[in-house]
Ligand binder design. Structure first.
Ligand code: ASP
Length: 283
């Protein structure tokens, strides 16, 4: 049994941009799914899926990231192994093509999160693809524009969660949101489930939303776990969307943003299912 679900961000997607979001999520899903179908690892599947989204200027990660107040790109990414509790994360990293691959390389380190120039040095020292920071800036984005995340279960029972983001448009230089922080923007525990989020990062972090969803997963179904946590987020404001996966391969996804594009596939239903929002999925 294997399963993978990913999202292209919690936000409002303009109707004429929706197809870009759907196509990007579908391509990413296929990249991750094909690894799982061949018996590959959930770590590789999450990385492969998020790399596709980092290459697609439709999404706010990698190439096409949001620009901070000084007009530059700083990115954050995190990945977690639900068997070992290893976490690899980078924040405010500049000039790398694939933050998720840098985060993955961090999984074997004692340190869980590197930031800024130290994160880029780690990327360089570990053979990660570097680039001119300006090469990540896209003039006119073809579609929607938001953070991405992915959770996967492989045929060995490993659950993995990953995120990648360019942060928020016009934010402060050096700002870190929820995306690289375990328990906030993502978490994975083979015995409980895996979760990844998008939305207002400061709100998500203050409520430790991934941790709240994990707590809900211990006792309930994934949709209810997310719904309960999102209701708690609403108490302090901010909107978000979350995807979740249980150890027995059940999907959950919910959002308080108008849209939250998701794509999913599993060994039970390997053809990609892509939805712009919950309303579309129940039609
Ligand atoms: N959560 C991300 C952040 O705060 C942004 C997003 O999901 O759109 O950096």
């Amino acid at each position: 049994m294997w399963a993978l679900i990913l999202h292209g961000g919690a936000k409002e997607i303009e109707p004429d941009k929706a197809d870009f979001s759907r196509a990007g999520c579908k391509a990413a899903l296929v990249a991750g799914r094909d690894i799982l179908m061949q018996g590959g690892s959930a770590i590789d599947a999450v990385e492969a899926a998020l790399r596709v989204l980092e290459d697609d200027p439709t999404f706010n990660c990698g190439f096409g990231s949001a620009l901070h107040e000084a007009g530059q790109v700083e990115m954050c990414s995190g990945i977690m192994n639900g068997a070992t509790f290893d976490v690899g994360a980078v924040s405010v990293i500049e000039g790398v093509r694939h933050p998720i691959s840098v985060a993955k390389a961090m999984l074997s380190e004692e340190v869980i999160l590197l930031s800024g120039p130290g994160a880029r040095k780690f990327a360089a020292d570990n053979g990660q693809e570097l680039c001119d920071p300006a090469d990540l800036i896209v003039g006119e984005r073809p579609g929607a524009h938001d953070t991405v995340g992915c959770v996967a279960l492989d045929s060995h029972g490993l659950l993995v969660a990953g995120t990648s983001t360019g942060g928020l448009d016009g934010t402060k230089v050096g700002r870190v949101g929820d995306a690289p922080m375990p328990g906030c923007g993502y978490y994975a525990d083979n015995a409980v489930g895996a979760v990844a989020l998008s939305g207002d990062g400061e709100h998500i972090a203050r409520m430790m939303l991934a941790a709240r969803i994990m707590r809900g997963l211990e006792h309930g179904d994934p949709d209810s776990a997310i719904q309960t946590a999102l209701a708690q987020l609403t108490m302090i404001g901010g909107e978000a969307g979350a995807i979740a996966l249980t150890p027995d391969g059940r999907f959950g996804w919910m959002h308080t943003s108008r849209d939250f594009v998701v794509a999913m596939a599993s060994s039970a239903a390997p053809e990609p299912h892509v939805y712009l929002n919950q309303t579309e999925s129940t039609r």
